[in-house]
Design a protein around this ligand. Structure first.
Ligand code: AMP
Ligand code: MG
Length: 351
């Protein structure tokens, strides 16, 4: 669906891009797209609302190809679709992944290794035990989860990235690429936009944003970060260009039972929702795949380990952390670009 309502939708998904609130060109009526008028589309895929925005020459082609790209990746990666590649491998315990799925699994396993297993692309059996895929929520006991931890051991995956051949060496192992797929998709969309000749564009995939270049007027994009308290008071605004800005938070998906809240980001060392003291983690990186993988991993790792991790990888990403007690931390690389902060900001310096 080509839409004029990009600014409204961006607000609805909780993370908006202040640079995209101009009226979209009505491409459905064949009007010419002026350089400063965006072509936009909104679609529902990967369980979330997505908005694509592109400016100038090549914009309409970029948006059309972008939608096809998202639909293709969704059909490939969805665990909710029995016929997807990921589901087939999960059902059979082995299979051959196509190029995109193999690329994602390669990066997922790398990020898993770099984060000491805090990111784990094999979480599906545990997500199922909690009822997240079906929304038939339940609280599994520790014994059940301990048994399932056997099935998320990444050393028990035989994977050849070249051919895409993957074999699970233990019974009951299943992939879940939901912690990284949107970041891979947004980076692929930016490459696709560029190949269509677009130099200014933005995608928001369920609040995970990636921008190409600057706004058409040459100024930086302004990306507002959602406050986990659900209020309209944004955590702050990041002024940036050519970056992915990807957030993980327990508030994004959760259920309550007996007065306890259980969210969807699981600590692979316990099988329980991560309780690291962090409420939200935003990663800023030119590499959307890395940003998505790390947003999930650093949420699991907690503030102290995340700071140490950033200090040894600061050339690859920056981060914004909000703790459960509303302490806001921003890494030095983006401290000047993070404005209008709702709480006092503590800047994390290089080690
Ligand atoms: P994100 O919103 O990017 O943090 O991804 C969360 C999703 O990733 C969850 O809904 C699960 O599908 C999956 N997931 C949960 N815990 C983990 C984990 N520790 N590592 C990797 N993926 C996870
Ligand atoms: Mg993630």
């Amino acid at each position: 669906m080509i839409s004029k309502k990009v600014s409204v939708l961006c607000c609805l998904i909780g993370l908006f891009c202040c640079g995209c609130s101009q009226t979209a060109a009505d491409v459905s009526q064949g009007l010419t797209t002026a350089a400063d008028e965006p072509v936009t589309a909104t679609i529902f895929a990967m369980d979330t609302y997505m908005t694509l925005t592109a400016y100038g020459k090549g914009a309409q082609e970029a948006i059309e190809q972008g939608q096809t790209c998202i639909e293709t990746l969704d059909a490939m990666l969805s665990t909710g679709l029995d016929t997807s590649e990921v589901s087939r491998v999960n059902q059979n315990g082995s299979g051959i992944l196509s190029e995109d799925a193999a690329n994602i699994l390669t990066r997922a396993l790398e990020i898993s290794a770099e984060t000491d297993g805090a990111f784990n692309p094999l979480m599906y059996p545990i997500m199922e035990a909690w009822g997240f895929p079906t929304q038939n929520y339940r609280v599994p006991d520790e014994k059940e989860l301990d048994a399932l931890l056997e099935r998320i051991d990444t050393s028990q995956v035989a994977f050849d990235a070249q051919s895409g051949a993957v074999i699970f060496l233990r019974e009951g192992m299943e992939m879940d690429l939901g912690g990284i797929a949107k970041g891979y998709t947004s980076t692929k969309l930016m490459d696709l936009f560029a190949s269509c000749g677009v130099t200014s564009g933005m995608v928001s995939l369920g609040g995970n944003v990636q921008v190409l270049g600057c706004k058409p007027d040459g100024t930086n994009w302004r990306i507002a970060l959602q406050n986990p308290d659900g209020s309209d008071n944004y955590l702050g605004v990041l002024e940036t260009s050519d970056m992915a800005v990807i957030t993980s938070g327990g508030y994004e998906r959760y259920f309550e039972q007996d007065g306890v809240t259980y969210h969807h980001i699981i600590d692979p060392s316990t099988g329980f929702p991560a309780d690291s003291g962090l409420c939200s983690v935003t990663i800023v990186s030119a590499d959307g795949t890395l940003a998505d993988g790390l947003s999930t991993a650093l949420f699991v790792m907690g503030l102290e380990k995340s700071i140490a991790f950033w200090q040894t990888h600061s050339e690859n990403f920056d981060a914004i952390f909000l703790t459960d007690d509303d302490q806001l931390y921003v890494t030095a690389g983006i401290a000047e670009d993070f404005v209008d902060a709702y709480y006092d900001v503590t800047v994390i310096e290089e080690g």
